[in-house]
Design a protein around this ligand. Structure first.
Ligand SMILES: *Cc1c(COP(=O)(O)O)cnc(C)c1O
Length: 422
């Protein structure tokens, strides 16, 4: 029995999987069960930030696996503390505290719980807690009940109502819509500085700054979901710093790229004082308030620590900017009518496609059609919404790998010309 049959018999069909079984990977390349090699610019959806099986990460895992895999969070372990310090001092650059989870969705649930706690500490005028977290349309925050309810996309929520109450969705990047948007029960804003799944949309400097001012004015928490965009991918340690470096968020969530391929996430709360007594925001999540059996265990923290050190020591955020320039210049030079625009930052880029030039079959989007054609040619990409293909190469990708991928993309996209459609 082959792998896809075994899956169909035993694994829930929550994903529309491509007909490809991957067995091995090194750097920017993966190999399937027939021995065919692919250039991987999907990278586990931006999770393998150093490429597949980076020796530094593999060595760290091997060494830690022989020493201590897991103990309860009832005890201290070296790696978790070192990783939190590495994140705080070398990547966030602000004083705060971290809670480790196993995924991005859980990290966002942690931020949502933190916002609710804050709403108890700083209630409405009538004494009732504030609880509402405002998020944005086209956002993606995860699949748990909390993070799904925070996600501003009906297709993610369909069939799962009633959703967790206390969310409202505003249009993204719309400064005017922020006006009068704060209600008595509102306690926080949560957003991706760069929306990944929603189509690769970058928050403008104006929008981020207007939000920061609004949050200060109404004593709301400003929380960034950097699960996909953080840790060098967008050309800075943190994505919000690309356009609005002076903003100091109250909360941040991460996962994906921080693990270099192992399942780890976390959320961060600012150490700033929230009352005259000097109570720190980060202290709101005190003993007994939250937990995770596996969160931040020695194995995943060892892998994450080496991943983040490598990103920092090799200045891979800078490589992301350099490669962004190379990609944008090359695609612009094609002057292909099917390409509407290139959006994004660093190595989280979306190529917008003109759906009128791409004939699709029933139930297929033009992004999916292009992704499938590229897979056959030897390049793996992910769609981002119906009309955007997303490039997520490893942060240490080389000029030659970029050029190889772009040549394949050009070849496929050159097939879609205006005269072919009547
Ligand atoms: C992937 C993603 C999540 C969810 O992360 P999981 O690890 O899949 O739970 C949340 N937010 C953003 C921005 C993401 O891209």
């Amino acid at each position: 029995m082959n792998t896809s049959e075994t899956f169909n018999d035993h694994v829930m069909a929550t994903y529309g999987r491509f007909p490809l079984t991957l067995v091995e990977g090194h750097g920017a390349r993966v190999r399937d069960d027939a021995g065919r090699e692919y250039l991987d610019f999907c990278m586990g959806i931006a999770a393998c930030s150093l490429g597949h099986c980076h020796p530094r990460v593999v060595d760290a895992i091997r060494e830690q696996a022989g020493k201590l895999l897991h103990v309860s969070n009832l005890y201290f372990t070296d790696n978790q503390g070192l990783l939190a310090k590495e994140i705080n001092q070398n990547h966030v650059g602000l004083e705060g505290k971290i809670f480790f989870s196993n995924s991005g969705a859980e990290a966002n649930d942690g931020l949502i719980k933190s916002a609710r706690r804050y709403g108890h500490l700083k209630p409405q005028a009538n004494g009732k807690p504030r609880f509402e977290v405002v998020t944005f349309k086209q956002s993606f925050h995860g699949r748990t009940l909390g993070s799904m309810s925070a996600t501003g996309q009906a297709k993610i929520q369909q069939g799962f109502d009633p959703l967790l109450p206390g969310f409202r969705y505003l249009p993204y990047n719309d400064v005017a819509a922020l006006e009068d948007s704060v209600k008595d029960e509102t306690v926080a804003f949560l957003l991706e500085p760069l929306q990944g799944e929603g189509g690769v949309n970058v928050a403008s400097k104006e929008f981020l700054e207007a939000l920061a001012i609004l949050c200060k004015k109404h004593d709301l928490l400003l929380m960034f979901d950097e699960v996909q965009a953080g840790f060098g991918r967008c050309g800075e340690a943190m994505a919000w710093r690309v356009n609005a470096p002076d903003i100091e968020p109250d909360g941040i969530s991460w996962a994906k790229g921080m693990g270099g391929g192992v399942p780890i996430g976390c959320f961060w709360l600012n150490d700033r004082a929230v009352d005259e007594k000097g109570t720190k925001l980060s202290s709101l999540m005190g003993p007994g308030s939250h937990g995770s059996t596996y969160g931040g265990n020695p194995l995943v923290c060892a892998a994450s620590l080496e991943t983040l050190r490598e990103i920092r020591e090799q200045n891979l955020a800078k490589n992301a900017i350099k490669m962004e320039g190379r990609i944008r210049a090359e695609i612009a030079s094609w002057k292909l009518p099917v390409v509407t625009e290139v959006r994004g930052l660093g190595l989280l880029l979306g190529i917008g496609l003109n759906p009128n030039l791409i004939p699709v079959s029933e139930g297929e989007t033009c992004a999916l059609k292009v992704v499938k054609s590229l897979m056959v040619k030897g390049l793996l990409l992910a769609p981002a919404g119906p009309e955007t293909i997303r490039l997520l190469p490893p942060l240490n990708v080389t000029d030659a790998e970029i050029d190889e991928a772009l040549a394949l993309i050009k070849g496929v996209l050159s097939e879609f010309l205006p005269e072919q459609i009547s």
